[in-house]
Design a protein around this ligand. Structure first.
Ligand code: SF4
Length: 267
């Protein structure tokens, strides 16, 4: 069981969980929850209409034939592109049908040599309008989670600032689920971003990001809690902030994931 330290309790309060923090047991009274210091938690990430992304071979749209790595073919990055070239390539991209309905591409934000890289799923309506990942309520929750760790998307230090990107750079119409083909065609851009950032850890948030990156059909709940690797970089799985807004009790698990990522990062 994980002890409820003052720091952990403070983090959960920061994330809006003070309402369900377990009260100390009174003398002669059994403690609340699964253990004396641990609240009961809901499992899984099955809420909502999300589908699983099938594990499949990928022919990278921008990079040609794939090479083998981990449990499937590795994605080939747009070779040798620097940051301006890569951003221009995304802005001009017509490799999948989402180019026809996007308002703006959502490239990424943060320090380009950050130690932490956050990878989300696909832009939503606000992201599509602003061209920035993780805005709105999900973004506010992500910022709160990062703040607890002393991290931010707006500072100018690579040790404190994260880099944030999505697996998909254009918004699916009406926020529908991403298609596997769209994820496959877009992934080389993310691969190149990771090559350029060279983060110490990737934090993958949400089912679509996790399943696409890890070539897995397993739910987030089964993949979190251990260290994976993606393109040679340690990768930690956690829930998407939008999911946590719908399922606030899982914020405690998200905190454990952040602690694991911090441990991997050595921060
Ligand atoms: Fe290109 Fe990715 Fe946008 Fe599809 S989602 S058009 S692959 S940038």
């Amino acid at each position: 069981m994980t002890a409820w330290t003052p720091a952990r309790a403070a983090m959960l309060c920061e994330l809006g969980l003070q309402a369900w923090l377990p009260r100390p047991a009174r003398p002669g009274e059994a403690a609340v929850g699964a253990g004396a210091t641990t609240p009961s938690l809901r499992g899984g990430d099955s809420a909502g209409p999300e589908r699983q992304v099938p594990a499949r071979a990928v022919e990278a749209a921008a990079g040609g034939p794939a090479r083998m790595s981990n449990s499937g073919p590795a994605r080939v990055a747009p070779a040798g592109l620097d940051w301006p070239e890569l951003q221009r390539a995304v802005e001009d991209c017509t490799a999948c049908g989402l180019c026809a309905t996007r308002t703006r591409t959502v490239f990424g934000i943060g320090h380009r040599r950050a130690r932490w890289m956050i990878v989300g799923e696909a832009p939503g309506e606000q992201e599509d309008l602003r061209g920035e990942p993780f805005v709105g309520r999900s973004g506010q929750l992500l910022d709160a989670m990062l703040r607890v760790l002393g991290l931010t998307r707006s500072a100018d230090s690579p040790a404190r600032q994260v880099y944030i990107a999505n697996t998909l750079k254009c918004r699916p119409p009406s926020n529908r689920n991403p298609e596997p083909e769209e994820l496959a065609r877009c992934e080389p851009f993310l691969v190149r971003q990771i090559e350029l950032v060279q983060p110490a850890v990737v934090l993958a948030m949400g089912r679509f990001a996790v399943q696409a990156l890890l070539r897995s059909k397993e739910p987030v709940g089964r993949l979190r809690g251990r260290v994976h690797h993606y393109q040679g970089v340690p990768l930690v799985v956690t829930y998407h902030p939008a999911y946590l807004l719908r399922n606030p009790l899982d914020k405690a698990r998200a905190w454990e994931d952040l602690c694991l990522a911090r441990q991997v990062c050595g921060a």
